[in-house]
Write a protein that binds this ligand. Sequence first.
Ligand code: ATP
Length: 596
Amino acid sequence: MRTVTWFRFDVDRNTFAKVFQFVGVYWRKQIWHVTFIFIATTLAAVADVLMPLFAGRLVDAMSAGAQDSSLSYSRAISALSVFVALAISSLIFRQVAFAGISLLSLKTMTDMASDAIYKIQRLSTDWHDSNFVGSTVRKITRAVWALDAFGDTVLISLFPTLVVLVGTTLVFGFLWPVLGVTIALGSALFIVLAGWFSLAFVAPAASLSNAWDSKLGGSLADTMSCNAIVKSFAAELREDERLGSVLKKWRKRTFRTWMRVSIAGVTQGTALLLLKTSVLGLALWLWIYGQATAGDLTFVLAAFFLLEGYLRQVSRELHNLQRTVNDMEELAEIARKPLGISDHRDATEIRIANPSIVFDRVTFRYTSHHEPLFHDFSVSISSNERIGLVGPSGAGKTTFIKLLQRLYDVDGGAILIDGQDIAKATQASLRQQIAIVPQEPILFHRSIAENIAYARPNATMSEIEQAARLANAHDFIAGLPKGYGMVVGERGVKLSGGERQRVAIARAFLANASILIMDEATSNLDSASELMIRTAMDRLMVGRTTFVIAHRLSTVQTLDRLLVFDKGKIVEEGTHQQLIRRDLGTYRRLFENQAL
Ligand SMILES: Nc1ncnc2c1ncn2[C@@H]1O[C@H](COP(=O)(O)OP(=O)(O)OP(=O)(O)O)[C@@H](O)[C@H]1O
């Protein structure tokens, strides 16, 4: 049976607290700005509250005109002058507040965007592995624009409404207590009703539709970034259907939210009508029994219409507030996330004279796994040794390298480089000592020169060229239409696989790090490219402690030592020649399988 979820008022009060706290951080930094806007909006609202009073006086002066025309004229003129002065002041203060809020919004929006980028870049590899790029981009942009709307809602809508409400109630209460009490109670009830509808009725539904909106962004980015694969499998239709099903769910959730908004609107409109009828009825009753003049009636009408305008706005603004809070909640959640890997409080820069490496009884488990991949894992690597990491898929070779880079913290034991525990070193200093040529080099959508210089941004053009020559990349770069200035396309798609790899090798040359990691750099290439890459790699390895992860065992035969991994353990080690002679050895089996 289908579950009806229309009346599940499970609002998460924490969401509001979390988001207000989140925004508070940015507003506190601009406290003078915020105070200035508060003052300007208060003054504009006070002017609004006083205007109906003088409209009433104008009518009274005019109706008394028949008896004493000269006195009435001067009273009417002065009431009109004050009325116009108040109207102009309200306009000016409101404009001043608008200018203030524009500046405040732009400042806080840029701060929030920079903080988000800062945080997300530093979140753990695990977090990045589990989150879609597209969704994250949606979360940031949605939250940044929501902050703008949040400022408008709170500072120039809800706050002035409160001032008008209190002001009008006080003025009414002073003149006719019964009207003052009716307005105060009626408005308070209305605000509670509007608040409840927005926060408890609409907000949970909006939260869910936003989650689907983020999923939609993630699915779109996933499909687009894998477009080459989609094409190669002629899977456009399949992807259309997949996106279609996400869109369907998004549409369903969003429709539910919009319907709730509409129900809330109708109920609040009815409540406002009831309040209006009571106030106007009371005013008429006061007039019938001679308790109020025609001017008083004008005042009541004008003041109530003013208040009604603001109250109508309250329900709309509370809805906006709920929407902006929902739009910011996902980013607020990210902001509260602890960094996966953070520098130790007393972390120092790692200094490496002899890049020897020791894994000392290391235990490590991926959080999504029950069992640790490495348990009491130990190995020592001498300075400048060239190590080949081999073994079946999923054996733990890449994880071994990730631990060395400290992309994950170990659960037990320690990893030492030149005798220093990497957990106590700053991450930046550690990673500067490790150059990587990845399996599938990813390049930025920037020029080739910028991509090579990524390892050392202040490198001169001749240093960049020298690195490219060492990487056997200079000739192909020089032959490109714009040479080193050519922009390589998203992730480097405008270059071939072999060219991308040589750019990555040039980048590693420029990094001049004492530890080098090469992840299967020669797979899937033609023999000419492979030869160029292999000679460049041999050059790059000189004088560095090197790890080569290779499945193609032909690439690791000349290395000093091979570590054979299986299920998170080193099951064999030695040179190619030593390992190949072991009967029934894992390496020999792998080698024979490949030779076949
Ligand atoms: N981010 C991750 N989260 C959870 N488990 C992971 C993650 N990365 C790898 N694993 C798991 O850890 C194990 C070792 O993976 P790893 O990538 O280190 O193997 P590998 O030897 O490099 O394999 P390959 O040669 O296929 O690249 C595998 O079971 C893999 O599924």
